[in-house]
Design a protein around this ligand. Structure first.
Ligand code: FRU
Length: 538
């Protein structure tokens, strides 16, 4: 980053007073900082502006995501008759850009074999399954049947894998008469099949969570599956049950090298408590996944013997989209923006839970090993409206960055750089007139990013929700820190160091946050390349 001369900075500061305006814009108006008693509906306060939520009732994991004929499909664990977890269906939504979603009728219903648990869907382009009619390409969904009666009867084999096919581009599904396609081999937690077409070995490949392991299966036709191997003994985090895996090859950015990436969700046992998703990078020979020695070394020297796709408490069970055209070539991801510790108690009644923003995943070779980088999908940028873009702002002490008179702080993208981070620490605060505060930033004394929602508004619904400050160790060696912040009414998504460290957390203020300020520890503190975009969804 270019260092600006002091005189330039002073001129810029004057010109920028509208942005960091420590004064109110309209000086003749009443003092609006006085507490006000305004009542809001749940919809106004907590329904996100742009994160996907079901119109009504309970939602958890994203399922069966695929792209076809111009539409991104998102299915989700859904209990349409209640606002807590219950008999699972696959809800359905479609989008042309992964940002604006249209909820569709429920796609898969539970039946006498059980609830419809998490799973995936693929476009069977060559009709390997034979379900396609008249040259059409069937969509095949694979899910876990969860037999409640079996569970209640104390059996261990109550989860099995089944398929269903759709001949109308994913709107309705017919369950296969030969279900289950994989019977339970007497493993209690045996679920969440994720299929990928292995173009390297030219067959279908499926990963399944089985207790504390991932099992790898292959198939020529999506109906007959063979177990090839497993992975997970003694490696990574094991504080809870392994769930919702994903497995795919990726080209290492800027090279021709291909590595395989395994995502494994775990609950509980996340880095900041409860649910979270770890990952592994390695090689796959068509049968067996082997973790890369450099990644294993890195893993073992990392704080929790695991590396996480997100260190915040609200990104769980996320997986990637199938059938993204080669002309696009991106790996696209979405997660459930909640946590099993308190997800069923959050203060919304008519619906519960949202998804994260869709994220693009990249694989990079760093000094020591490989890292996944996550960033919001570029489609989100086409919703940008008003924009503030400045090369540099010098911050002295506690400084207001902006407020809701200038930019709505509940559908906002903020980007900045902190040149030469070194021993600098900073705390951003989102506040409202009720005195609620969401704090986040970086503490150089322990090299941690943090999110502190302890005073962020409604927190008492669960003692786990605001029990502590969430932390994430900074791993990047870049002297400059870059950040992208995505704000909605009830969520913050922090992408630090080009998405090497991500933190996603939800919150429930008593009134919308209307002021953003920053407090650095250092008198010589500069925010560089700052951009504040209002995201417009009307
Ligand atoms: C993860 C999970 C999955 C399961 C689903 C049930 O959140 O526990 O393992 O399939 O939720 O709704």
């Amino acid at each position: 980053m270019k260092t600006l001369r002091k005189t330039n900075l002073i001129l810029m500061l004057v010109a920028l007073s509208f942005l960091i305006g420590c004064k109110d814009k309209d000086q003749n108006s009443k003092n609006t900082d006085e507490p006000v008693n305004v009542s809001y509906t749940e919809e106004e306060l907590y329904r996100p502006n742009f994160h996907f939520t079901p119109k009504e009732a309970w939602m958890n994991d994203p399922n069966g995501m695929f792209y076809y004929n111009g539409y991104y499909h998102l299915y989700f664990q859904h209990y349409p008759d209640g606002n807590v977890w219950g008999p699972m269906h696959w809800g359905h939504a479609i989008s042309t850009d992964m940002v604006t979603w249209k909820e569709m009728p429920i796609a898969i219903f539970p039946d006498e074999k059980g609830y419809i648990f998490s799973g995936s869907a693929v476009v069977d382009v060559n009709n390997t399954s034979g379900f396609g009619k008249g040259g059409g390409q069937p969509i095949i969904a694979m899910f876990t049947y969860h037999d409640m009666d079996g569970e209640k009867a104390g059996k261990t084999n109550y989860q099995s894998q089944a398929i269903a096919y759709s001949l109308d581009e994913g709107q309705t599904f017919t369950k296969y008469s030969g279900n289950p396609v994989i019977k339970n081999p007497d493993i209690k937690d045996f679920r969440d099949p994720k299929i990928v077409w292995d173009s390297i070995h030219e067959e279908w490949l499926m990963v399944l969570a089985a207790g504390q392991k991932i099992m790898f299966y292959t198939s020529p036709n999506l109906k007959d599956w063979k177990l090839k191997s497993d992975f997970g003994d003694g490696i990574g985090a094991h504080g809870g049950v392994w769930e919702c895996p994903d497995f795919f090859p990726m080209v290492v950015q800027g090279t021709d090298e291909i590595k395989w990436v395994l995502l494994v969700s775990i609950n509980p046992g996340g880095p900041n408590g409860g649910s979270a998703t770890q990952y592994f990078v390695g090689d796959f020979d068509g049968k067996q996944f082997t973790i890369d020695p450099s990644f294993e070394k890195d893993l073992n020297s990392s704080e929790h013997k695991s590396i996480w796709i997100d260190y915040g408490r609200d990104n769980y069970a996320g997986v990637t989209w199938a059938n993204i055209p080669d002309t696009d070539g991106r790996k696209l991801f979405m997660g459930w923006m909640s946590n099993w510790q308190y997800g069923q108690e959050v203060p919304t009644e008519t619906w519960r839970s949202a998804m994260t923003v869709a994220r693009e995943v990249e694989l990079q070779k760093m000094d020591a090993s490989y890292r996944l980088l996550f960033k919001p999908v570029k489609e989100l940028t086409s919703y940008r409206s008003t924009k503030y873009k400045k090369e540099s702002i010098e911050i002295k002490g506690n400084t207001k960055i902006t407020d809701s008179k200038v930019v709505d702080l509940s559908s906002t993208e903020i980007n900045f750089i902190i040149p030469d981070l070194k021993d600098k620490s900073f705390t951003f605060k989102l506040t409202n007139k009720q005195g609620d505060t969401l704090a986040f930033g970086y503490d150089s004394s322990d090299k941690n990013f943090f999110v502190d929602r302890r005073k962020s508004g409604k927190t008492a619904f669960s003692e786990k929700f605001a029990s502590h400050v969430s932390k994430a160790k900074r791993t990047s060696l870049n002297p400059d820190l870059s950040a992208t912040i995505i704000l909605d009414k009830t969520s913050i998504e922090l992408f630090f160091d080009n998405g090497e460290t991500v933190m996603t957390e939800i919150f429930f203020p008593n009134s919308p946050f209307d002021k953003l300020s920053i407090e650095p520890n250092d008198q010589e503190f500069v925010l560089g390349n700052i951009e504040i975009h209002k995201l417009n969804f009307n």
